[in-house]
Design a protein around this ligand. Structure first.
Ligand code: GDP
Length: 448
């Protein structure tokens, strides 16, 4: 694809693009017209495009601020689509501050806003909307499965799919319109449009499948597993043991109440927040307790999975076991073997002891399997957010109008196909282009 260069931004933007300092290297990125026409004083002259070179980096006053590797990218070969400079500075706070301060003082230069390099990349046609979304997800990805999904989207998998579908609709419409305009010509069989309806029906089914698939979105957002059970069942002990094993992304979820234990962890590549509603159940005052119970129930009903933890000693009532998706018998270490036999009939999915660690492997892999089954990247998922689903719904409705009303005039059905194609065009942010005649002439050799 021929890249458009320099979309006319006057301002040159800059930012520290790597992580916090101090660090081994700090990358400052500069993008805009000032790179070519304003930074000769900084580097002596502009280095050859896309070749890393060691240079002194000078302030506007001529002082050497650092001596480091720099790369210049001409606009046709840069991320943003504009002339870009990367300064791979020594990652000390004073070095970075000196360079950023110097850039800020240059005329036409200013600090970049969040996402501004990428916004310029999109404006310059380097990335489309779904690719931008994928990049945002890639930066946010916490787990391996999220990383794979985001990378695939950033590299255009979803765009490719939307555009392929859109092409198919445009082509179908071309056939249908050809039937209208050229039905008396020999090249075009009179029933030519009939052939397309079958494949359009299959396309519609594809849309329906993708609309109903939640996997990619769940993977992107993470799952919520709620732990239920009576006080002192060992719920928080169990969560702590699981969390320690999965130390990778264990964090306190911000904004939670003191009483509610929430731990976010990586289970089978899927980010899962484990929520212990125990504190709420144990609240003291009646009103508060009721409100707590209400919240606990609301949380449980919204959960992707509920796990009941019931102590296997004194298990006289069923205490929520029946309603939960998974029932775990806790404190298995306190059982003697006779009690164990008795409990085998109680319908626990598994028995654990958080104290000795018995059964914890099985619990962990069971939860990981459930997380994977609910949210794992299927390899073809493209609906990673509601925007995609809304677009697909719109396309599906329009396509349905074309398919379900054979009694309508062909012009009306063709118009419905156009609306479906336009909707898909919005997925990538590409303007709806009328490629219709191109397709007709290419496929039909009209005028021979
Ligand atoms: P929660 O109220 O359900 O969160 O229960 P806790 O995790 O606070 O545990 C209640 C009590 O049971 C504590 O004294 C724990 O040390 C104890 N406990 C937790 N898990 C086990 C276990 O697997 N075996 C034994 N014997 N005691 C446990």
């Amino acid at each position: 694809m021929a890249a458009k260069v320099q979309n006319g931004h006057d301002e040159t933007i800059f930012a520290l693009s790597s992580g916090g300092v101090p660090a081994g290297i700090a990358v400052v990125r500069v993008s805009g017209p000032g790179v070519r026409f304003g930074l000769d004083t900084m580097l002596g002259n502009l280095p050859e495009s896309r070749r890393m070179t060691l240079r002194p980096v000078r302030s506007a006053a001529g002082d050497v601020l650092d001596r480091c590797l720099v790369v210049f990218f001409d606009g046709a070969h840069s991320y943003s689509g504009e002339d870009t400079l990367e300064l791979h500075l020594h990652g000390g706070p004073a070095v970075v501050t000196a360079v950023l301060d110097d850039l800020a003082q240059r005329s036409g230069f200013r600090a970049a806003e969040a996402g501004e390099f990428t916004r310029r990349a999109m404006e310059n046609g380097r990335l489309d909307l779904t690719e931008v979304e994928g990049l945002a997800d890639l930066i946010q990805a916490e787990t391996e499965a999220q990383r794979r999904l985001a990378l695939r989207q950033a590299e255009g998998f979803a765009s490719g799919t939307f555009l392929r579908w859109r092409d198919e609709l445009i082509r179908a419409r071309a056939y249908v319109e050809a039937d209208i305009d050229f039905a008396d010509e020999d090249d075009v069989a009179a029933d030519v449009s009939d052939r397309i309806w079958d494949s359009l029906a299959r396309l519609r089914q594809d849309f329906v499948n993708h609309i109903s698939s939640q996997a990619a979105e769940r993977l992107r957002n993470g799952l919520e597993f709620v732990i239920l059970g009576p006080p002192n069942a060992g719920k928080s002990t169990l969560i702590n043991v699981l969390a320690r094993r999965e130390a990778a992304i264990v964090t306190d979820v911000p904004g939670t109440t003191r009483d509610l234990v929430e731990v976010r962890m990586d289970l089978g590549g899927v980010p899962v927040t484990l929520i212990d509603t125990a504190g709420l159940r144990e609240a003291s005052g009646d009103v508060i307790e009721e409100e707590g119970m209400r919240r606990a129930r609301a949380r449980a009903s919204a959960a992707d999975l509920t796990i009941a933890v019931v102590p296997m000693v004194d298990v006289d009532e069923e205490s929520g076991v029946a309603e939960a998706d998974v029932t775990v018998g806790s404190k298995a270490d306190l059982l003697d073997s006779e009690a164990q036999r008795h409990l085998d009939s109680k319908g626990f999915d598994l028995m654990v002891s958080a104290l000795t660690g018995d059964g914890m492997d099985r619990l962990e892999s069971m939860l990981a399997n459930k997380a994977r089954a609910m949210a794992h990247d299927t390899g073809t998922a493209i609906v990673t957010r509601e925007r995609h689903r809304a677009i697909l719904r719109e396309a599906e409705v329009a396509l349905g109008e074309a398919l379900d009303r054979p009694e309508d005039a062909i012009e009306i059905r063709a118009e419905a196909l156009r609306r479906a194609a336009d909707a898909l065009g919005r997925a990538t942010g590409a303007a709806a282009v009328d490629d219709l005649l191109d397709v007709i002439f290419r496929d039909f050799c009209i005028g021979k």
